[in-house]
Design a protein around this ligand. Sequence first.
Ligand SMILES: [Zn+2]
Length: 219
Amino acid sequence: MKKLLDGIRDFHDRVRPSYRERFAHLALGHSPDCLFIACADSRVVPNLFASTDPGDLFVLRNVGNIVPPDDAGAASGAAHPDDSAGAAVEFAILGLAVRDIVVCGHSSCGAMRAVLCDERPANAPNLDRWLQHTEPSRARLEREPALSPLLPQVDRLSQAHVLQQLDHLRSYPAVAERLAAGKLNLHGWWFDLSNAEVLAFDGETRAFSSLAEQLARRG
Ligand SMILES: [Zn+2]
């Protein structure tokens, strides 16, 4: 907590003056053009690796960058289906009219490890229920054995999981309508922690590769 409080002091004394004008403008409203869905992991820092400023990204973070499909609650018969991810998706599209949605997984994801190795805290019923949403991702990993075969199993699951969440996004009527109208794009990204590099799924090669290199090739 000390580092956090030192950071607050530093922001107030040193950084705040250069941001005051921007925040005064943002106080009137914001118009981010991207919904960024990432894991809650402390090492995943979209504002750092995407060099974004306040107001640029509408962000949803949760354990394992999970987007349950639109009908997940109804299908499970749950008394309290999780509406958080769906609410963020609907607000981003219908309220903010974002034109891009990024689902960003990452290497060495604790949620993926918990799913694969059953390594998770005891007496955590909410976590257990939440991770049930990753079952389709495990099935997808078996369907796509060629996906990054050189990576450890936990990282291969994480990449398959990103692709599965993109499919889940398509189950939301607001997403499907915008996709059909050509007003929305979905992107699968993956942050390689050990190399501090963002990879993106390439639909042609059906593999994740350096996003910076993909952008360089496109010019
Ligand atoms: Zn994670």
